[in-house]
Design a protein around this ligand. Sequence first.
Ligand code: SF4
Length: 382
Amino acid sequence: MELSGLQIFKFLPAAKKAEHTNCKECGFPTCMAFALKLAKGAANIENCKYVPQDLKEKFEHSRKQPQNTVEINGLKIGGENVLYRHEKTFLNKPALGVVIDFSKPDWREKLKRINDFEISILNEIYKVDLIILKNYKGEKIENAENTLAEEEFLKLPLEKIEDDNFSKTAEQLKFIREKAILEKNENYTKPVYIEFEKSSNLEELCAKGAFYICKYANMLIFNDFDEALFSTLITLRGNIFTDPQKPLKVEPKIYEFNNPDENSLIFLTTNFALTFFAVANELESLDKPSYLIVTPADGMSVLTAWSAEKFTAQMVAKTLQKFNLAEKVKNRKIIIPGLLAHMKKELENELNAANLDFEIVVGTIDAFAISDFVKNEFPVLG
Ligand code: SF4
C-alpha cells in the first residue's frame, strides 16, 4: 500500500518535536508540507537529510509496482495497484480472448464470427481483445491485428490459473492479488489469466467469467466463441472498470429520436451518461418523435449538477442559443426533469430575458414514467 502524507509525517522531525523541525532545508516550509508532497510523488525523499532509515525502507517498499503490465500489440494486461476500485482506480480491464484451433475445419467461420462481433457501450465500440492462434501454420487471415500465435502467447510473463474447481480458482485469484497488492510480494507480480475449456453450459461460463472479472483475473480466455457471452462479460466489465474519479458523460448536443420535426416533443437533461441512456431508451421507444437537449454539466446528474451550479438557468439559455433551438423548432415547450421543478420560473425568466420564448413544462422524476407522462400531457403533439 502507498503511504499517506500523514503516515510519512509521523517519521519526520516535526512529529517527534525533534531537532530540525520545519527547518525548510528540503525546500518546503514545513515537515508536513514535505510529507504531503512526498506522498503525491511531488518531492524527492533524498531532499530531507533527517528522514530515518525505517521511513526510507517503508517508502521504497510502498513505491514498488505490485503487479507487472504485459503489453500485446497495444493491449495492456495487469498493472493494477489497488484491491478495490474505490481506493483509486483499476487501470486495465481484464482482457477477453478466444482460442482458434487451425486444426479444426470450422476455424474460418469462427474467425469471421469473432471479427464481425462488436458491441457499443457509451459510444465506444468493443471487440474481442485477443485471438490466440492454435496450430497456426501461416494460413492467410484477414484483420490480424489482435491475433497472436499460441507459442508466442505461452512465452508471455503471465500466470495461468486452472479453472478446475470454482471455489479453489476464486481463492487462488484472491490470494495472488492480495499477495501482490498488500505485500508487494515479488513472487506474485505476474498478471493472471484463466483459460476455460469448451463448454455448452453458457450460463455457468458466464457466471464464472463474471466472478473472475470482479475478483481478480487480468484475462479470460475461451476455447469457444459466443456473442451473447462476450456481450454480457464486456458489459459487466465496462461497469466495473470505470474510473470513479471520472464521471461518465456524453457529448452535450441535441439528440434526435424517431425522426423529429419542428413540432416534436423537446426534453432536456444533463450530460451524465446514466441519466442520458435511461432517458434516451424511453424516448426511442415512445410512439412520438422527440428531441433531447443535453446540457454540459461535467457528467453530473441533474440534481448534483444543480447543487454544484453546473445546471443553471443561464447555462440552459446559453445552451439553447448555441444549438439554435428557437430556429430549429416551432414547438415552444421544453420538458425538464421533475427533480428540477423548483427551477421552472427561474428558467422561464432567464429564457425570456435571452429572447427565447420557450415555456418550461415539468416532466417526470423517473425516466420510466416518461411514456405515461407524454400520453397524459401531450396526447396530440408529435
Ligand atoms: Fe522537515 Fe526535513 Fe524538510 Fe527540515 S528538511 S523541514 S526536517 S522535512
